[in-house]
Design a protein around this ligand. Structure first.
Ligand code: ATP
Length: 216
């Protein structure tokens, strides 16, 4: 990931989006793509795409576009797609169970390897091949399995206490689906996805800034 440190964060966040689209293009046999085509597909304006791609050393040629293979190789390397990143899920409720059933590997090399819960009815079960363990075994198993990221789908009241335990392991990142704002040391990265807030914000924008359909 050394190269990634040179890429601005906003660009890095768009990488998986580009990667997924280019993989589909590649699968359909396309060798090159223009920034306009990419822009239409991923809904990022083409000037931003050109700037992003210049960080990757990919210089589009006028009338030719970008070489799909070059970009794919770059993305694979940068996103560490060749290495499987192990993920643990904590809280096997409705949302957690949906994630376990969802096949992340379809899109990239990410795998939920293990799950944890406090509910005796869930502990010891397997969901889509993922074992559910007792929270008592959390630290020990995270270390043993070399887990990189934890997904939190527990009630928000439990989120901070669990986080305090996680940060003492080698975990590097937390994907927080609870509404709780988490305190973590600077060595840990937290991405926060609050589905209710996202939905509310979308509706707010639709009401206050209706999409301009005259462009289409
Ligand atoms: P969801 O919010 O995912 O729809 P739900 O409504 O089914 O879930 P919640 O009460 O939100 O249930 O709990 C989510 C899951 O987290 C449950 O399986 C619950 O047993 C588990 N859980 C609750 N407290 C803890 C904790 N301290 N550590 C780990 N798991 C917990």
């Amino acid at each position: 990931m050394n190269e990634e440190t040179k890429i601005p964060q906003a660009t890095a966040k768009r990488l998986p989006l580009y990667y997924r689209f280019l993989k589909n293009l590649h699968a359909s046999g396309k060798q090159r793509v223009s920034s306009a085509e990419l822009s239409e597909a991923v809904k990022v304006d083409s000037a931003t795409i050109r700037r992003d791609f210049s960080y990757f050393g990919a210089l589009g040629k006028k009338g030719y576009g970008y070489n799909v293979n070059y970009l794919l190789t770059f993305f694979r390397k940068t996103l560490d797609q060749d290495e499987l990143s192990k993920v643990a899920l904590i809280g096997v409720g409705n949302l957690g169970t949906a994630f376990l059933n969802y096949n992340f590997l379809k899109n990239n090399n990410t795998k939920i390897a293990l799950a944890f819960d406090v509910d005796p009815a869930k502990i010891g079960k397997e969901i889509s091949g993922v074992p559910v363990y007792d929270m008592n075994e959390l630290e020990e198993r995270l270390q043993k399995e070399d887990v990189m990221v934890a997904i939190l789908t527990v009630p928000s009241s439990a989120a901070q206490t669990i986080t305090d335990r996680i940060v003492k392991t080698d975990i590097k990142g937390i994907l927080n689906f609870t509404p709780a704002r988490l305190n973590v040391p600077p060595s840990i990265r937290v991405h926060h996805i609050d589905l209710a807030v996202e939905l509310q914000s979308l509706i707010y924008f639709l009401k206050n800034f209706p999409p301009d359909d005259t462009e289409n």
